[in-house]
Design a protein around this ligand. Structure first.
Ligand code: HEC
Length: 103
């Protein structure tokens, strides 16, 4: 039984690890239609997630969107976005993703 549980965990790790190049992106929610808000469409949230994973995990781990409030994310993006080569409109998509469409 213990052996079975162990191989299950390895199996899950392989699945999550293969989803993207960053091994800790399994903590990041994948947007679905329930996450859309008046200020964020599903497509915007999905693009924001991809941009976040590809641009924000190079210097440190990818922080979970739930670790900070929307207000905190706004100031974090003000200091972090200039460290990437993203355009202003791409920054906005990342902000929409990490705040779950609240901004
Ligand atoms: C060039 C390297 C670099 C890139 C690229 C980068 N960061 Fe950071 N980030 C840092 C450093 C260094 C720190 C820790 C020191 C600090 O807070 O300034 C940090 C800290 C953070 C923190 C923790 C802040 C806190 O107060 O707890 C968050 C969240 C964060 N970054 C998010 C992002 C996001 C989102 C992006 C993409 C837009 C990003 N980072 C891209 C270097 C980077």
């Amino acid at each position: 039984m213990r052996k079975l549980v162990g191989s299950g965990i390895v199996f899950l790790a392989v699945i999550f690890g293969s989803c993207s190049k960053s091994s800790d992106s399994g903590n990041l929610y994948t947007p679905t239609s329930v996450d859309t808000t008046a200020s964020a469409t599903l497509s915007e949230l999905q693009q924001g997630r991809t941009l976040y994973v590809n641009n924000c995990g190079t210097c440190h781990k990818l922080y979970s969107p739930d670790s900070y409030s929307s207000t905190q994310w706004k100031s974090i993006m003000n200091s972090m976005a200039p460290k990437t080569s993203m355009t202003n409109s791409q920054d906005t998509l990342v902000l929409k993703y990490v705040t779950r469409g609240k901004l």
